[in-house]
Design a protein. Structure first.
Length: 235
């Protein structure tokens, strides 16, 4: 895809975000677009950078690192922030910690401890993944266990918990996602404290981003609307 075509797609998605934010009485600038480039080549990421994307999300540790290395000499991508949004295995944490601007899907204290250990002197920004519907194939702490996990994270010097994320079942209609997004926002409001405000909510994809924005998303993870279809893609 050339840069002009990518720019048109980015503009369309940002217009969707802006309309949804305005309809909800929110500032459109309070919602960040995360371009999900899972299974798409580094050249597509480079085109997105040149078209104005500043944050990219990857699901697989080795794929993220390979793309980062491939684009390391590309000046247009020098300021690109890479987010790791998939299920992170503890033995792959070494590839991601310190290179990802944000790890979206921490769902256990064991993983958090490994991240903290790998972080060295700097705290790695993370989000806690909360299970939306108990789907075994998706990451996420059970909602009832969230307060305990957050309290444990407070004791780790090597992680900085910025907020929560969720991935509901792929909806038949965008509105089907609303109960899950609303539940995450309400849950965040209950567990946030002045010392741990949890300002970030990562939720919503190509199919339901308007609903996510209406329910308080601060980051929407959009893949298909920008890069086109991908094998096994959902966003």
């Amino acid at each position: 895809m050339n840069v002009a075509a990518m720019a048109a797609r980015i503009s369309e998605v940002r217009e969707r975000i802006a309309r949804a934010a305005q309809a909800a009485g929110r500032d459109p600038d309070a919602v960040e677009l995360l371009a999900v480039s899972k299974l798409h080549p580094a050249e597509a990421v480079a085109a997105a950078c040149r078209a104005g994307v500043r944050q990219v999300g990857e699901n697989y540790a080795q794929e993220m690192v390979a793309k980062m290395d491939a684009l390391a000499g590309d000046a247009a991508c020098a300021s690109l922030a890479w987010h790791f949004i998939g299920r992170l295995q503890r033995n792959k944490a070494r590839l991601v910690v310190g290179r990802a601007a944000l790890i979206h899907a921490v769902d256990s204290i064991e993983l958090a401890r490994e991240i903290s250990r790998r972080a060295g002197g700097a705290a790695q920004p993370i989000l806690v993944a909360v299970s939306a519907a108990g789907e075994a194939q998706k990451t996420g702490v059970e909602p009832d266990h969230l307060p305990e996990l957050l309290a444990q994270l407070d004791e780790l010097a090597g992680v900085d918990c910025r907020g929560l994320m969720t991935m509901p079942p792929l909806p038949d209609r965008p509105e089907d996602s609303r109960p899950y997004f609303r539940a995450l926002r309400e849950r965040r409001d209950r567990v946030a404290t002045p010392e741990r405000p949890l300002p970030m909510l990562s939720m919503g994809t190509t199919v339901d981003l308007e609903v996510a924005v209406a329910e308080g998303a601060t980051t929407v993870r959009v893949g298909t609307a920008l890069f086109g279809q991908r094998p096994g893609g959902d966003g």
